[in-house]
Design a binder for this molecule. Sequence first.
Ligand SMILES: [Zn+2]
Length: 398
Amino acid sequence: MTTAERADTRRAVRARRVFDGLDLCRAQDAMVLIESGFITDIDTTGAEPPAGVPLEDLGDVTVLPGLIDTHTHLAFDASDEVVAHVQQATPEELSAQMRRAAASMLRCGITTIRDLGDRDYLSFTIREETAVRPETGPTILAAGPPLTPTGGHCWFLGGQADGLDGISRAVAEHAARGADVIKMMVTGGRMTPTTLPHESQYTLNELRAAVDRAHERGLTIAGHAHGRQGIADALAAGFDTLEHVSFMTADGIAPDQAVIDAIAASGIISSVTVGVLPGAAVPPPLDRLLPLMLAHLKNMYDSGVRITIGPDGGVAPAKPHDVLPHALSALVEAGIPARAALAAVTSTAAEACGLKGRIGRVAPGHSADLLAVSGDPLTDIAAIHRPSAIYRRGRRVL
Ligand SMILES: [Zn+2]
């Protein structure tokens, strides 16, 4: 690389405020120095950039790490007929829709996502595309079809796996195809009417086998768990993240404080399902459960549970893929401090993805994935809806 080319990949970004993924930098103005897609330094002395490094002064904005969505589904189209669509679309139609979904997420400042369930491993192709062309979408961690028993929750995605042998074979196949993470349907789910969200689909032994097989291959494993027993079993089995953690029952939700305390004590990260488009129609009984869910999440936070936000984008019209900023607002309205909510979708989310130290912080050595928003989201979370600049791996994409 010549000196001129090297200079080409260097830039400096100045902002009134920087939220580094944990807290607000104390300095009035901060300058983030970027080289070859990585953050090399944060200057808070008011110095000028090194000679030859172009400076972008973004003005009265807050720079924060690009947002991380720990639970989305590019293959779901957020329509009234999600299941029919994902079953009937041709691979070409589905891929085109997934590309549009990925692009919409980047446009609101989401620079990394975990796709926790697709059809035909199609998200793996989109993952390669956004890696080569960062301006087309976020960094994607892909699970492929979720593991579920025959006829179980989301069986139509193609990841049916029964018994210890079936589970081992399924994990091996996912790993061989290049999965970043294994997704397992520990309980049923609302989207599959033949299953019940509060009922377990696998035994503790089967869950342990899945965790062991995933970890042997260096993969993380995420457990979809709505019911109390499924949540407790996924925790006992050693999953890396718990998805939903809603404590659903046959007719409502019934959080179990003893299980919540155990989740907190373990340090495991719960990827909680929150975030709907303001004004969008939420079908019963979810409309009735939504306020209860927010109170439950506030209690989980107060109980010391480490949380990230996985809105489950794509599963319904009220949940488009770019709904994460609304989820942040909802958490803050529920009483969770803005600083904690922002850390949840940046530094904690990076850890949930197994990428601690690489993304989710504005700190030296981390990928230069940055979101600048007008104003200060720590005092006014609505600022998160006002992106003014987005950088993905050091390249400005908004
Ligand atoms: Zn999901």
